[in-house]
Design a protein around this ligand. Structure first.
Ligand code: GDP
Ligand code: MG
Length: 436
């Protein structure tokens, strides 16, 4: 899956503690491959990943967040931004408002026409759907059935073979019958052809619709992008409807289409039922493309809570091998601020499920805090002076026992040793440093 690919991509970053030019370059290649696998057009994937790289360099990696997670966050932000940032609803104005539906045969136009009618009817609008696919008699019946199902009126003419006339008659009918929105369902072909293009271009030119929506099957991958471009070049549509996202489509088409035609995606269709219609939310689609689930909210939460200044300060101390019990305590407090630990752990991919039924003792921190707080100022700043006598006193003062104090001292010293080694290895002060 894409998720596991990204996971692999971020392996290079994990454990390194920082985002640097070198590990970003490796990761970015993997991210690009993953996006292409999710049906994102290669050129688009390249420009996306170039932006992501720029964005990633120079970001601080917070202590609570692995660089891999931070990368996921950056990728998510960038994808969301590229897909338009905010959701965009359909515009309804004019009397009546006219919505023209365009797209290839089988893309889901007629189904979407029914869904949109349903959607607008629920906003208390008086809707009429017009059947302008004159090539297949079954298409007219299909729309009639859907209209009936959602309780809106359908305008049909069985003997008329002129879609433009039918549409104009439907609009006249709407005006005479107090209909406020007319949705014009049109004919598509299996592939782009000139006759179809001429017909839809003429409908657009004459009807002057409030909105022209291009319907495209998300399962068709790269073809979806090419078709979108051809239609847009010819009819300059206002928005895109992405259908069949209930299948195993990975949604990459959304990103490519948006990037190639620079038109907002307005709706997504996720099934054959009339209710299976949603506005398009770029952040949700970015999440779908990434497939990283809750990592993003984990990173967000960590970023909100962790004080960047504090992270920088601690970072400096680690570099200089001066990490002490005051710093340790401050880190504990930061972690506690992040809220329910179990909640956080459950968001980590892979770990989340495994940990679901495991009880995490949130009181585990309490004795540690008590012990550190029973140390004198001097002891906290210079842990090396904490002798046996002092340990006895600290145990008594904190209501713990000598064993617990010794354990904490050992853990703390192991941690410092690790930091020291890390400093030696990297030669420039461990992985918690600022990138660049
Ligand atoms: P048109 O030729 O563009 O009018 O396409 P239709 O509306 O007739 O849809 C073609 C086929 O795709 C039909 O069998 C629909 O039921 C199906 N379909 C349309 N939208 C969706 C969707 O979002 N999900 C799924 N699974 N099927 C869809
Ligand atoms: Mg149809």
């Amino acid at each position: 899956s894409l998720s596991s690919k990204l996971d692999r991509a971020f392996k290079t970053l994990k454990g390194q503690g920082s985002i640097t030019e070198i590990n970003v370059a490796q990761t970015i290649k993997e991210v690009r491959r993953a996006l292409v696998d999710a049906d994102v057009n290669y050129k688009v994937a390249k420009s996306v990943t170039d932006k992501i790289k720029d964005e990633a360099m120079g970001r601080d990696v917070l202590i609570a967040v692995s660089p891999g997670q931070l990368m996921v966050k950056i990728v998510h932000e960038e994808l969301t931004h590229l897909m338009g940032g905010e959701k965009q609803d359909i515009q309804i104005k004019g009397d009546p408002a006219i919505i023209l539906i365009a797209g290839l045969q089988g893309s889901g136009k007629t189904t979407f026409t029914g869904k949109l009618a349903n959607y607008l009817k629920k906003q208390n609008r008086n809707v009429l759907v017009a059947a302008c696919d004159v090539y297949r008699p079954a298409a007219i019946d299909q729309l009639k059935v859907l209209a009936e199902q959602v309780g809106v009126e359908a305008y049909t003419e069985t003997d008329n073979k002129n879609p433009l006339q039918i549409a104009q008659n439907a609009i006249a009918y709407a005006k005479a019958n107090n209909k406020k929105v007319v949705i014009v369902d049109t004919a598509g072909r299996l592939a782009v052809d000139e006759a179809m293009m001429r017909e839809i271009a003429q409908l657009k030119e004459v009807l002057k619709p409030t909105e022209t929506l291009f319907v495209v099957d998300s399962m068709t991958g790269q073809d979806a992008v090419n078709t979108a471009k051809t239609f847009n070049d010819r009819i300059n549509f206002d928005g895109v409807v992405l259908t069949k996202l209930d299948g195993d489509s990975r949604g990459g088409a959304a990103l490519s289409i948006r990037a190639v035609v620079e038109k907002p995606i307005k709706f997504i269709s996720t099934g054959e039922k009339m209710e299976a219609l949603d506005l398009f939310y770029p952040d949700r689609m970015a999440q779908r493309i990434l497939g990283m689930g809750d990592v993003i909210s984990l990173v967000e939460r960590a970023q909100q809570t962790f004080d960047e200044e504090e992270a920088r300060r601690i970072n400096q101390k680690i570099r200089k091998n001066q990490f002490n019990f005051d710093d340790f305590l401050s880190q504990l407090e930061q972690i506690k601020k992040m809220g329910d630990i179990k909640d956080l752990v459950s968001m980590i991919p892979g770990v989340g499920k495994a940990m679901k039924d495991v009880e995490i003792d949130e009181n585990a921190f309490k004795p540690i805090e008590a012990i550190i707080k029973s140390m004198t100022k001097e002891e906290r700043a210079n842990p090396d002076i904490i002798s046996g006598n002092r340990r006895n006193r600290i145990a008594k003062g904190s209501g713990t026992n000598i064993q617990q104090v010794n354990n904490l001292m050992k853990q703390f010293n192991d941690m410092r040793k690790m930091m020291k080694n890390m400093n030696k290895l990297t030669g420039k002060g461990g992985g918690l440093s600022k990138m660049k």
